[in-house]
Design a binder for this molecule. Sequence first.
Ligand code: ARG
Length: 459
Amino acid sequence: MKDKVWQDRFSKSLDPRVHALNRSLTFDNWLGPYDVQVSIVWSQALRRCEVIDDEELEKIIQGLEGIGEELEEGEFEFLESDEDIHMAIERRLAERIGKPADKLHHGRSRNDQVATDLRLFVMDHSDQIQQALRAVIKVLAELAAEYVDTPFPGHTHLQQAQVVSLGHLLLAHAWSLKSDAELLSAVASSSSSCPLGAAALGGSAAAVDREWIAKELGFTKASENSVEAVTSRDFVLDMLYGLSRLGVHLSRLAEDFILWNSQEFGFIVLDDSVATGSSLLAHKKNPDVFELARGKCGRLVGNHAGFLTTMKGLPLGYNKDFQEDKEPLFDSVDTVLQILPALEAALGGVTFQTDTISQALSPLLKAERIVQYLTERSVPFREAYGAAGRLVKEAENQGILLEKLPIEAYRKVSNVFMKDIQHILAEGWQIPGDGVLGGSHVKSVQRQIKAVNAWLEGR
Ligand code: ARG
């Protein structure tokens, strides 16, 4: 067995220090199953253009299927001398079936091979991540339905700004995640162009039917330009961007729940099965899932930024720099597939403390109701806004609630005020049942839940 396939052209064997740097087998075995699938279809394409005969095809396919099983069972023995997953599989095929294995690489290169494997990986994992995301969105929609008319402080500048439905806030996160799922689906579609048959860069010497190959492998089409086919890593960049944007959304969702879980807020209680304790402080109950979902955003963004930088200024054609696509891609996929199920569990373990939430609503939020009272009675908005501001200042000066200000104070500011203003303000917090499309009112939240559920069910 030759140490390296190119040994005949070289008079020295490779310096082990160079081999150590060059080798991608420590991380590219994620591609094993795709590489086997791609090689099976390639061998069939070679049969169709009569580069190999039926007997050779049968041996190659049997050999590759056996290798697929070895990989799946964890029985495949990698050798220190294997440079990457492609060479390891080629070496193993020769061990298993002998001579016919030497024909498999006819008319193809690792350049089109790795680009094809990697596109399949992206398409497949885009689907897996979308499924995991859907499960998280489902829990958010269920929570939203539970708290459809729960008044909640909506913040701007992290200052209480408006009373909104808690369901509405939870759905804001759901919509962002839905948009990430749609982005990942678009990434899968744009990845669906098959490079196999581009060979090193100029197109295969074998008269293979590239459209047939593309279809067999589940791509929508064969790539149009062999150079672009081997030199583009746009699909990796798109996936890394999609996952980093998802990471940003998850970190923001996580931050809300971490804040709400603090003693200062006390808005949620986490089920014991999804919280963690402290090794020192006996009373602690920590929201580790949310903190890790927030923290892992760093590596997702870093993986995208890092590989985007690797791609800068590379000349056309395959460059070994491309090998740097794998670790960030696999890491981001792996990371997201770890976060999402844990987050699904953690969100399922959240109970909102509606009394605490209600007590936390700032009485000053009622200023909005004062403005509404006046504008309903034809007072121009700016005037109403000014009147409400003066009343807030007065209530603050006197150290009392807005509804406790005497009616004289109201009438001093505007003679439109009648006694009913105090009753209206003294009423408890309520989410209105009607309002503008997409607003925080109950009907809007119900409509959103319906829309999200329809999307989840593929309607
Ligand atoms: N392990 C390599 C990679 O990941 C496979 C392609 C190698 N191609 C080459 N011309 N050396 O990019």
